[in-house]
Design a protein around this ligand. Structure first.
Ligand SMILES: [Cu+2]
Length: 132
Protein backbone atom coordinates (compact mmCIF):
# COMPACT_ATOMS: atom_id res chain seq x y z
CA UNK A 1 0.00 0.00 0.00
CA UNK A 2 1.41 3.32 -0.99
CA UNK A 3 0.54 5.22 2.18
CA UNK A 4 2.46 2.61 4.19
CA UNK A 5 5.40 2.96 1.87
CA UNK A 6 5.48 6.70 2.50
CA UNK A 7 5.35 6.13 6.26
CA UNK A 8 8.22 3.64 6.15
CA UNK A 9 10.37 6.05 4.20
CA UNK A 10 9.52 8.82 6.63
CA UNK A 11 10.90 6.78 9.54
CA UNK A 12 14.40 6.57 8.06
CA UNK A 13 16.16 9.21 10.10
CA UNK A 14 17.88 12.21 8.59
CA UNK A 15 16.33 12.39 5.16
CA UNK A 16 14.17 14.83 3.33
CA UNK A 17 11.20 12.72 4.42
CA UNK A 18 12.25 13.03 8.07
CA UNK A 19 12.44 16.79 7.71
CA UNK A 20 8.93 16.70 6.33
CA UNK A 21 7.84 14.68 9.37
CA UNK A 22 9.49 17.19 11.69
CA UNK A 23 7.37 19.83 9.99
CA UNK A 24 4.29 17.62 10.38
CA UNK A 25 4.30 16.55 6.77
CA UNK A 26 3.89 12.79 6.72
CA UNK A 27 2.40 11.81 10.05
CA UNK A 28 -0.45 9.41 9.41
CA UNK A 29 -2.64 10.39 12.36
CA UNK A 30 -3.15 13.44 14.49
CA UNK A 31 -1.41 15.56 11.91
CA UNK A 32 -4.40 17.75 11.24
CA UNK A 33 -2.98 20.98 12.55
CA UNK A 34 0.38 20.70 10.84
CA UNK A 35 -0.83 19.22 7.59
CA UNK A 36 -0.57 16.22 5.35
CA UNK A 37 1.19 15.80 2.03
CA UNK A 38 -0.70 14.05 -0.75
CA UNK A 39 1.13 13.10 -3.93
CA UNK A 40 -0.93 13.57 -7.08
CA UNK A 41 0.01 12.14 -10.47
CA UNK A 42 -1.70 13.57 -13.54
CA UNK A 43 -1.65 12.09 -17.01
CA UNK A 44 -4.02 11.60 -19.95
CA UNK A 45 -6.62 11.14 -18.67
CA UNK A 46 -6.35 10.19 -15.06
CA UNK A 47 -5.63 11.66 -11.65
CA UNK A 48 -3.95 9.26 -9.21
CA UNK A 49 -3.70 10.04 -5.50
CA UNK A 50 -1.02 8.51 -3.31
CA UNK A 51 -3.42 8.62 -0.35
CA UNK A 52 -7.16 8.15 -0.40
CA UNK A 53 -7.86 9.57 3.07
CA UNK A 54 -6.43 12.35 5.23
CA UNK A 55 -7.12 13.91 8.61
CA UNK A 56 -8.87 17.29 8.67
CA UNK A 57 -6.49 20.22 8.33
CA UNK A 58 -3.98 21.56 5.87
CA UNK A 59 -3.26 19.37 2.85
CA UNK A 60 -0.36 19.93 0.49
CA UNK A 61 -1.08 18.44 -2.90
CA UNK A 62 2.26 17.73 -4.56
CA UNK A 63 1.14 17.50 -8.17
CA UNK A 64 3.31 16.06 -10.93
CA UNK A 65 2.22 16.09 -14.54
CA UNK A 66 3.43 12.82 -16.05
CA UNK A 67 1.41 13.40 -19.20
CA UNK A 68 2.12 15.16 -22.46
CA UNK A 69 -0.59 17.82 -22.26
CA UNK A 70 -0.86 20.69 -19.80
CA UNK A 71 -3.14 20.03 -16.83
CA UNK A 72 -4.25 21.77 -13.67
CA UNK A 73 -5.73 20.67 -10.36
CA UNK A 74 -8.86 22.12 -8.80
CA UNK A 75 -10.07 21.15 -5.33
CA UNK A 76 -13.82 21.26 -4.68
CA UNK A 77 -15.78 20.75 -1.49
CA UNK A 78 -18.19 17.82 -1.19
CA UNK A 79 -20.89 20.27 -2.30
CA UNK A 80 -18.94 21.33 -5.35
CA UNK A 81 -17.65 24.73 -4.26
CA UNK A 82 -14.20 25.59 -5.64
CA UNK A 83 -11.63 25.85 -2.84
CA UNK A 84 -8.41 26.21 -4.81
CA UNK A 85 -6.97 25.76 -8.25
CA UNK A 86 -3.39 25.41 -9.40
CA UNK A 87 -1.94 27.27 -12.35
CA UNK A 88 -1.50 25.32 -15.54
CA UNK A 89 1.10 22.59 -15.01
CA UNK A 90 3.00 21.75 -18.16
CA UNK A 91 4.24 18.27 -19.09
CA UNK A 92 6.92 17.07 -16.72
CA UNK A 93 6.42 19.92 -14.25
CA UNK A 94 5.37 19.95 -10.62
CA UNK A 95 3.28 22.24 -8.47
CA UNK A 96 2.33 22.23 -4.79
CA UNK A 97 -1.20 23.36 -3.97
CA UNK A 98 -1.93 23.95 -0.28
CA UNK A 99 -5.54 23.85 0.88
CA UNK A 100 -7.26 23.68 4.26
CA UNK A 101 -9.82 20.89 4.38
CA UNK A 102 -11.54 21.38 7.70
CA UNK A 103 -14.62 19.24 7.45
CA UNK A 104 -14.94 15.49 6.98
CA UNK A 105 -16.30 14.44 3.61
CA UNK A 106 -15.45 13.51 0.06
CA UNK A 107 -13.57 16.33 -1.67
CA UNK A 108 -13.35 16.31 -5.43
CA UNK A 109 -10.19 16.84 -7.43
CA UNK A 110 -10.44 17.61 -11.12
CA UNK A 111 -8.42 18.95 -14.01
CA UNK A 112 -10.45 21.81 -15.48
CA UNK A 113 -8.92 21.77 -18.96
CA UNK A 114 -11.39 21.36 -21.82
CA UNK A 115 -13.09 17.97 -21.57
CA UNK A 116 -10.49 16.45 -19.27
CA UNK A 117 -12.87 15.81 -16.32
CA UNK A 118 -15.30 13.98 -18.60
CA UNK A 119 -12.43 11.92 -19.97
CA UNK A 120 -11.48 10.73 -16.53
CA UNK A 121 -9.38 13.40 -14.83
CA UNK A 122 -11.34 13.23 -11.59
CA UNK A 123 -10.53 11.83 -8.18
CA UNK A 124 -11.90 11.85 -4.66
CA UNK A 125 -10.01 12.56 -1.44
CA UNK A 126 -11.77 11.67 1.78
CA UNK A 127 -11.26 13.73 4.90
CA UNK A 128 -12.01 11.49 7.84
CA UNK A 129 -13.49 12.52 11.15
CA UNK A 130 -10.93 13.71 13.69
CA UNK A 131 -9.72 11.02 16.09
CA UNK A 132 -10.31 11.67 19.75
CU1 LIG B 1 -6.08 17.81 -17.77
Amino acid sequence: MRADHISVRASWGITAAAVAVAAGGCLPAGAGAAGTAVGVAEREFRISLYRATVAPGTVRFNVTNFGEDAHDLAVLTPRGRLLAISPEIRAGRRHTLTVRLRRPGAYRLVCTKLDHPARGMRATLRVRRPRR
